[in-house]
Design a protein. Sequence first.
Length: 88
Amino acid sequence: MNVSLTRELETLIEQKVKDGMYSSASEVVREGLRLLQQRDEIREAKLNALRAEIKKGTADLEAGRYKDGAQAMADIKERLLARRPKHG
C-alpha cells in the first residue's frame, strides 16, 4: 500500500518517532488508524442509541403517549419548583 501524506503529517509522524513515543512511522500510522476505528465505533453506537430513542418516540406518538407543549412546560416548571430549596 502506498499512502501520500502532507508535509505537516510527515513532520508530525517524524516528531513522534524522534520523541520516542513510537518506534517507527508505521507504528504511528497504526495507532492513528486504531483511534480512528475507535472513534467510528463510538459514533456508530451513539447513532444506534439515537435511532432507538427516535423509534421509541415515534411509537409513543403513534400510540397517543405524549403531552402537548403547554402540559410539557407545566411539568418542567413543577419539577424545577420541587427542586428549589425550601426557605422558612
